[in-house]
Design a binder for this molecule. Structure first.
Ligand code: FNR
Length: 342
């Protein structure tokens, strides 16, 4: 099956291309606070996206599903980890399972393992209202992610070439489904103009999916004979993207993602304006190379580290962390100046 092979290649190439840490986090520095006047016991990691309440801002971002036994096992393990750690998770694109009944098991397994946790459904922006409803029902999802991945499709030899009408399909889905809709990028970042358009059609949150972590141009280029190398460096870094979107939108929440690997990265996403932070490639690597228990231990460690960082900054809540002073330097500083953001 061609699609199944592609899903497995994505996993293999995501691990082999790795994460180059080009996301801009080194441009962001917290201002040390010598009088934080707080105890670690005061720290509260809860956050909200629309009406959904999360125990932690960290979640497992969309990766896989469809593609047979191997992806079913990965989803089962991710669901187990999410349940054990009390964090939310997204599934990979469910389009395959909407078209072929045999692909459903790799998604439905998630609810068998993680009965009450927060789970996001996932489809591309080619999806219709009817497909969106079926994807949500398939896993009793608490929210729907719609991914935007134009550059990935263009580099993919068998990818889409027509991107007309995406915004209006998203608008129709937002008004027809009864869960919040999150629109996400997949590692190319999101501009403030795009975020504004999405805000105007009523999405609940945008996930910037910034440049600098998993790189789908490189992954798809590995699957081609003739490389489209010019797309390998294409995109808005995670830090620049969160900051410019945060300066633009008023009603919607921001999710930070793209190359997030540790609690300091998480804290910086939040300080730039994110309400939650997604991790994909880093979690997948840990799971595949070290196993379920290692991933669970790492997530506990991330929560502990985030608590220590918030203590050092004197920020009791995620909302407090969104308002700490920051110094922005380097490429992120220049980007924001050029984009008219102070
Ligand atoms: C992804 N990602 C993804 N996103 C999506 O919306 N639907 C999908 O089906 C997939 N599939 C997928 C497979 C694999 C193997 C990886 C590693 C990633 C993209 C993912 O959710 C995220 O946006 C990017 O990977 C950037 O985040 P990281 O990996 O840098 O943390």
């Amino acid at each position: 099956m061609e699609r199944a092979k592609r899903k497995l290649q994505h996993i293999e190439y995501a691990l082999s291309t790795g994460q180059r840490r080009l996301h801009g986090f080194e441009d962001i520095t917290f201002v040390h606070n010598s009088l934080p006047n707080i105890s670690t016991a005061h720290i509260d990691l809860q956050t909200k996206i629309g009406e959904l309440s999360f125990r932690s801002p960290i979640f497992i971002n969309a990766m896989t599903g469809g593609g047979g036994e191997e992806t079913t096992k990965i989803n089962e393990q991710l669901a187990y980890v999410a349940n054990e750690c009390g964090i939310a998770m997204a599934v990979g694109s469910q389009m395959a399972a909407l078209k072929d009944e045999r692909e459903r098991q790799s998604f439905t397994i998630i609810r068998q393992v993680n009965k009450r946790g927060i789970v996001f459904a996932n489809l591309g922006s080619e999806a219709t209202v009817e497909q969106a409803k079926r994807a949500i029902d398939m896993i009793e999802a608490n929210a729907l992610q719609i991914h935007l991945n134009v550059v990935q499709e263009l580099v993919m030899p068998e990818g889409d070439r027509n991107f007309c009408g995406a915004l209006s399909r998203i608008e129709q889905i937002v008004s027809a489904v009864d869960v919040p809709v999150i629109v996400k990028e997949v590692g190319f970042g999101m501009s403030k103009e795009t975020a504004r358009q999405l805000e105007n059609v009523g999405v609940c949150a945008v996930d910037v999916g910034g440049f600098g972590g998993t790189n789908f141009a490189q992954i798809e280029n590995k699957r081609r004979e003739k490389q489209l190398a010019y797309f390998n460096e294409w995109g808005i870094t995670t830090t620049a993207s969160i900051a410019e979107v945060a300066a633009e939108v008023q009603r919607i929440r921001i999710i930070g993602s793209g190359g997030v690997q540790n609690a300091l990265d998480v804290a910086k996403c939040i300080a730039l304006g994110a309400s939650a932070v997604g991790m994909a490639g880093y979690m997948l690597r840990l799971l595949i190379e070290q196993g379920v228990e290692a991933l669970i231990a790492e997530i506990h460690q991330l929560h502990e580290d985030l608590t220590l960082i918030m203590t050092a900054l004197g920020t009791r809540t995620i909302a407090d962390l969104q308002n700490v002073p920051l110094v922005v330097t380097g490429a992120t500083y220049h980007w924001l100046r050029e984009r008219g953001i102070e």
